[in-house]
Design a protein around this ligand. Structure first.
Ligand code: C2E
Ligand code: MG
Ligand code: MG
Length: 538
């Protein structure tokens, strides 16, 4: 609600005490005016009649006039008193409206508007006293989960408690606001070399947010991400300072940094690029810019292609081919991954539908897709439309996607399995509690992350891990695909350690569909020497 609307709605509720007296006042003036006319008239006519020796009503008119004038004075006085009362009430209601317009109803802290007003005052102080301004932006972590798990009442109470503690921490000389749902901001004047001062304040705020809070016998535990920006009051406006602190905070959130993060110019450039990518994805979707590339997955013994992993590539009209690491996270963040994946999967599956029936296809799904209860149905629809058999499709799921909501992941994984789709645990070893995931969910295969393989020659530990994972996988009868085999040495090493399936640049980089066709044609006959031969000729 705008301030204007709020003011008028509040004013509408204030009784208009001046209305009746004002009408009476007007009436009084009119009556008095008439009386005065009559009075003056009576003198005039009296004079005439005296002159002519006739008219005698002068005394009667004068007393009427006197009574009316007294009434006028009384009305006027009443009006004055009521008017004063109305002015006082209006002033009070305007003040109330102004406070409401700049205060957050839930916590009693300032809201964004109030924050800007107070910030401008602090800016003036900073200018007059040669100080700097620091803005601290804080967003709670896992607040949504608190609402989801314990209900909105607990969530609201949590916000109020945190607001109270923050108020005590921040003190009255600074401005503290609840900027939006779970976001708070503080603006403070600091000395020109006051970085430590701002750090200490941000640290204390973090302490407030991370302290466990008992609400209705429920121990609630959240955290926060914090960004800080500081500048001279003439250098950067308050709005920009808050924006910078927000950028730093978002940076901290992305990197899961459990400490306050200071803004720097590189973050702004990064944000610019990020926005460009987002706009680019929106413009490119549906225009053939996103294509599936195919990376061969081979039998390590024979060198024969067993299948392909589908990897997204963006054919950007200006930048050329863009790797998924650049655009998949942006698509995920802006809710575009669903559409993008569908575009990739549809092309890949319809192209591969004609390939030999023993060739498998693996696709990757993002963490956010594993929170979409319709994902299985969406995949089945694509399978039906493209004619690709479900039992030749493997869905790769990273461990990190299982982390946020295991129950949801389990439900989706089960419905995928029920459709006959196979499942692979991607990037195995990089996430948490890998073994428990293997026990909990019905995976058909494991993909060992390439970080273990990369150092397998120099690092005995890496070798031991690869060996252990292979032995474990053998014991639970789940095949392992080794990622990132870049050369013949690695190929040999992982083969001797018992790995049977692999992929990597040694066997071939991800290629467009027509090149994958070619690879399939040329590797029709098994050729055990393929990798070694390649390495010899390299
Ligand atoms: P990933 O699923 O683990 O895919 C394997 C990545 O390792 C691919 O990177 C592949 O090109 C790269 N790679 C394969 N062999 C080698 C090697 O020998 N050496 C090195 N250095 N790298 C190798 P890419 O294509 O850049 O994909 C990166 C990640 O992006 C993928 O990791 C996957 O998580 C994600 N991704 C790719 N396409 C899609 C997609 O369509 N949807 C989703 N959700 N994620 C995708
Ligand atoms: Mg993968
Ligand atoms: Mg992987």
């Amino acid at each position: 609600m705008t301030r204007k609307k709020l003011l008028s709605s509040l004013n509408a509720k204030v009784p208009r005490t001046g209305r009746v007296p004002r009408d009476m006042f007007v009436l009084g003036i009119l009556v008095s005016a008439v009386a005065l006319l009559m009075w003056n008239g009576s003198y005039f006519f009296g004079y005439l009649s005296r002159a002519e020796g006739g008219f005698t009503g002068e005394l009667q008119i004068s007393s009427t006039t006197l009574t009316l004038n007294v009434a006028l004075i009384l009305f006027g006085w009443r009006y004055y008193v009521d008017l004063q009362q109305e002015i006082a009430k209006r002033a009070e209601s305007e003040e109330r409206a102004a406070i409401m317009a700049s205060t957050d109803g839930m916590t009693g802290l300032l809201n964004r508007r109030g924050f800007s007003e107070r910030a401008e005052l602090l800016r003036e102080t900073a200018m007059n006293e040669g100080l700097q301004l620091a803005v601290i932006s804080m967003q709670l972590n896992r607040f949504k989960q608190v609402n989801d798990r314990h209900g909105f009442d607990v969530g609201d109470e949590l916000l109020r408690r945190i607001a109270t503690s923050l108020s005590d921490t921040v003190g009255p000389e600074r401005a503290l606001a609840r900027i939006s749902g779970d976001e708070f901001a503080v603006i403070s004047t600091i000395q020109a070399d006051g970085r430590e001062e701002a750090n200490a304040l941000a640290g204390a705020m973090l302490g407030v947010a991370t302290a466990p809070i008992m609400i209705d016998k429920t121990l609630v535990n959240v955290g926060a991400f914090i960004g800080i920006a500081a500048a001279g009051p003439e250098e950067v406006g308050v709005r920009d300072l808050l924006r910078r602190a927000d950028i730093a905070q978002a940076h901290g959130r992305q990197g899961r940094m459990a400490r306050p993060v200071w803004f720097n110019d590189a973050m702004e450039r990064e944000l610019f690029v990020h926005n460009e990518i987002e706009q680019g994805i929106r413009a490119g979707l549906g225009h053939g810019q996103f294509l599936p590339y195919f990376e061969p997955q081979v039998d390590l013994k024979t060198g024969q292609i067993r299948g392909f992993e589908v990897l997204a590539r963006w054919h950007h009209p200006i930048s050329g081919v863009v790797q998924p690491g650049r655009f998949i996270p942006v698509a995920e963040e802006h809710g575009l991954i669903d559409q993008l994946s569908e575009e990739i999967f549809r092309q890949a599956l319809s192209h591969a539908a004609d390939w030999p029936s023993d060739i498998q296809l693996s696709i990757n799904i993002s963490p956010s897709q594993l929170a979409d209860s319709w994902i299985a149905q969406k995949l089945v629809r694509i399978l039906t439309e493209t004619g690709f058999p479900a039992n030749r499709l493997t869905v790769e799921i990273t461990e990190s996607s299982l982390f946020s909501d295991l129950e949801m992941a389990r439900a989706i994984v089960n419905s995928l399995k029920n459709q006959g789709i196979r499942l692979a645990l991607d990037d195995f070893g990089t996430g948490f509690s890998s073994l428990s995931h293997l026990r909990e969910l019905p995976f058909n295969s494991i993909k060992m992350d390439r970080t273990f393989v990369r150092t397998i020659h120099e690092d005995r530990e890496a070798e031991a891990i690869v060996r252990a994972v292979t032995t474990l996988a053998e014991a639970i009868k789940i095949p392992v695909t080794v990622e990132g085999i870049e050369n013949a040495e690695t190929h040999e090493k992982v083969s001797t350690l018992g790995c049977t399936l692999g992929q990597g640049w040694f066997f071939g980089k991800p290629v467009p569909a027509h090149q994958a066709d070619q690879l399939l044609r040329t590797s029709d006959t098994p050729d055990v020497s393929t990798p070694a031969a390649k390495s010899a000729s390299a």
